[in-house]
Design a protein around this ligand. Structure first.
Ligand SMILES: [Zn+2]
Length: 323
């Protein structure tokens, strides 16, 4: 784990033309479009993140509900929280692991992706073309097949990453507050702090049975195509104040001049020949029409309410063209 972190740090440092800046500015001329020049795998054909089109996914009844173990009480030792210049990263003990995948995957770390003030987006994955404010990634590796995270990170399905889309809700999320309340202690790159262990399960959405599954990659160089992705259908919610804290506390630089650590998400990558599977059957667009929808002015998306469901997934105009 440590080696892997160090390896990534070294790779970032070695990148020409200010890779740090490039990771945070998706429109930069020296940005993500230039990653493949230094890291060929970043230009390969099974990259992440992706835009998940829900009318193109395939239902797979063999996709079991995911069962996180040890998440409620990740030991008694403090957890390491680190501003690595690209994100805020929390180290996790290997007593946390996932059941419901082809093999046993143990946890290594979690981190976040977010946007900048004044924009509504910040997630890496999109669902039906729509981003959310932020995204949590919980990184695990196949401990049955590999000795370490760094070894697994270069092998097909060596890693299993949980992607949790985060949107803004009305109340403060206490689980996320365990992390966010310590950001001021690690404002600058390479700063670390220790935080008390907390219930990591609280960072996940309540319903873990509904998710999308596909084979993809790390979303930062070297973009290894080693990730078995699980992106949950349901979202987590944080308050407006919590999102502001995430967007406005950290810097990607060690000292002055300070560069805000924002927009640390990668643009969606081509799906190419890959399939995206769903663990659940979604409402048909015909059902959506009859349960009612309302238009939003100035864009071409519509929201619909599912039966007894507070979540409001967005469907595209294209999906409703049939009516
Ligand atoms: Zn990530």
């Amino acid at each position: 784990m440590l080696f892997f972190t160090l390896l990534l740090e070294v790779i970032w440092i070695l990148t020409a033309n200010g890779a740090l800046v490039s990771s945070n500015k998706r429109t930069s001329p020296h940005g993500q479009d230039h990653w493949p020049a230094s890291y060929p795998e970043c230009g390969s054909n099974a990259q992440s993140p992706i835009n998940i089109q829900t009318d193109s996914v395939t239902f797979d009844p063999d996709l079991l509900p995911l069962q996180p173990h040890g998440y409620e009480q990740p030991g008694t030792e403090p957890l390491n929280l680190h501003n690595n210049g690209h994100t805020v990263q929390l180290s996790l003990p290997s007593t946390l692991y996932l059941e419901g995948l082809p093999r046993k995957y143990v946890a290594a770390q979690l981190h976040l992706h977010w946007g900048q003030k004044g924009t509504p987006w910040g997630s890496e994955h999109l669902i039906n073309g729509k981003a959310t404010a932020a995204e949590l990634h919980i990184v695990h590796y196949d401990s049955e097949s590999y000795e370490s995270l760094s070894e697994a990170a270069q092998r097909p399905q060596g890693l299993a990453v949980l992607g949790i889309l985060i949107e803004v809700g009305e109340t403060k999320n206490p689980a996320y507050e365990y992390i966010l309340s310590h950001l001021h202690e690690i404002k600058h790159k390479d700063q670390k702090t220790s935080i008390p262990p907390f219930n990591v399960r609280g960072l996940l959405p309540p319903l873990l049975a509904q998710y999308f599954r596909y084979n993809g990659s790390l979303t930062t160089p070297p973009c290894y195509q080693s990730v078995l992705w699980t992106v949950f259908h349901r979202r987590a919610q944080i308050s407006t104040e919590q999102l502001e804290k995430l967007r406005e506390t950290l810097f990607s630089t060690e000292e002055e001049p300070s560069e805000p650590l924002v927009q640390n998400y990668r643009a969606p990558q081509p799906l190419n020949q890959r399939m995206v599977f769903a663990s659940f059957i979604q409402d048909s667009p015909y059902t959506a029409v009859w349960t009612g929808f309302h238009s939003r002015k100035n864009n071409r998306t519509f929201s619909l309410s599912e039966h007894g469901d507070q979540d409001s997934p967005t469907v595209t105009m294209r999906r409703l063209n049939c009516v």
